[in-house]
Design a protein around this ligand. Structure first.
Ligand code: DX5
Ligand code: ZN
Length: 231
């Protein structure tokens, strides 16, 4: 399992240094949490295309950038994020009226598309989209802020999606990335890896917890490696 940092809980006055630290630690994918002050329950505003453009300009094109759109009008405003330089748009199934249409429009620009499900949303909502998606994201916290506690009740959804993606690949279909987001730390990373997650988003566990990003990342990777060796 790989790890990608969410910069949501970074110090935005030192975002460039944080990004440099992450890249120096070997990170090659950045997860950017876009909130519009309306859609998430606590009505938070984070950042929009302008910040994403600055991040792309700072990082160059070697680093993969996804934007997790927790906004009301993704179907209308997604082009702004493509223009800002993201590699992937991850939109909430709960906030999109016509997901198949959104997938084809975004993919036509050469940008990848992910679909994200809130903890309370059933996996059946995304099954019909699996053949066309580049990624499925399972939220293991209620979207709105970093530093929340992990919700283990999403295990069943992850395992069902893992099996569905593996079956789809076995019959020659696409292999969407299976991603989890929220409350992932060094103490539960091996567990979600065993569930079949490909990439875990880690925010406070990399950026705010005791230690540098590099120290926190290697602590997670050590746990993953030792878990691999015992399986
Ligand atoms: C929450 C965001 C997550 C969050 C992860 O709405 O989508 O990406 O920043 O942060 P941690 O890892 O601290 O839960
Ligand atoms: Zn996120």
């Amino acid at each position: 399992m790989d790890v990608t940092p969410s910069i949501l809980t970074a110090d935005f006055c030192n975002l460039g240094e944080t990004l440099d630290e992450a890249i120096d630690a070997g990170i090659n994918w950045i997860h950017m949490d876009v909130m519009d002050g309306n859609w998430v329950i606590n009505k938070t505003i984070t950042f929009g295309p302008a910040i994403i453009r600055s991040v792309r300009d700072r990082l160059g094109h070697e680093v993969f950038i996804d934007c997790h759109l927790m906004i009301n009008n993704a179907e209308e405003t997604w082009p702004q994020y493509v223009d800002a330089g993201v590699d992937m748009i991850i939109a909430h199934i709960e906030a999109v009226q016509n997901f198949p249409n959104l997938i084809s429009k975004i993919q036509a620009t050469g940008t990848q598309v992910g679909c994200v499900l809130n903890p309370g949303t059933g996996v059946e909502e995304v099954m019909s989209l699996l053949p066309d998606l580049d990624l499925v994201l399972i939220m293991s916290v209620v979207p709105g802020k970093g530093g929340q506690s992990f919700m283990p009740e999403v295990e069943g959804k992850v395992r069902v999606l893992r099996e569905a993606i593996d079956n789809q690949e076995a019959s020659g279909g696409k292999t969407p990335i299976l991603m989890i987001d929220g409350g992932i730390k060094h103490h539960n990373a091996a567990m979600v890896s065993e569930w079949g997650v490909d990439i875990a988003v880690v925010g406070s566990g990399l950026i705010n917890d005791e230690g540098t990003i590099s120290q926190n990342l290697s602590r997670i990777n050590k746990v993953l490696e030792s878990d691999q060796s015992t399986h």
